[in-house]
Ligand binder design. Structure first.
Ligand code: 5GP
Ligand code: ZN
Length: 113
């Protein structure tokens, strides 16, 4: 399958991996928008939020769980941080393998642009 993030999972494309378990991989974003900007992905391919099925719920639940653990590890869990999942064109999704952005180390504004 021609999916960039599947290639990162399979080590066909290099990435700066910061966390890995049986189900989930996390790596630094190549174009960081904050002092910490990590992408957290399921190892199995799910194209968009719209494609999540009931059987995926435990897997997808790991994404915010890992985000919070990484935020804690990096020392900004208490002060706060931003997690984002973009869906499809109008949502700003550019890589069609679901991913949670974890951004921390600065103040974020709301609403998002
Ligand atoms: P999206 O726009 O789909 O929500 O987020 C895709 C993210 O993937 C962007 O923040 C972009 O910088 C990041 N990205 C795109 N290509 C690569 C890559 O080859 N390596 C890494 N580490 N990040 C990438
Ligand atoms: Zn994929």
């Amino acid at each position: 399958m021609d999916c960039l993030f599947c290639k990162i999972v399979n080590r066909d494309v290099p990435a700066d991996i910061v966390y890995e378990d049986e189900h989930v991989l996390a790596f630094n974003d190549i174009n960081p928008q904050a002092p910490t900007h990590i992408l957290i992905i399921p190892k199995s391919h799910i194209a968009t939020l719209n494609d999540i099925e009931e059987r995926d719920l435990a897997l997808v639940g790991r994404l915010p769980y890992v985000a919070a653990r990484l935020a804690e590890e990096r020392g900004f869990a208490e002060e706060g941080y931003r997690v984002v999942m973009n869906c499809n064109d109008q949502g700003g999704q550019t890589v069609y393998h679901i991913h949670m952005h974890l951004m921390g180390g600065r103040r974020f504004t709301w609403p998002a642009g």
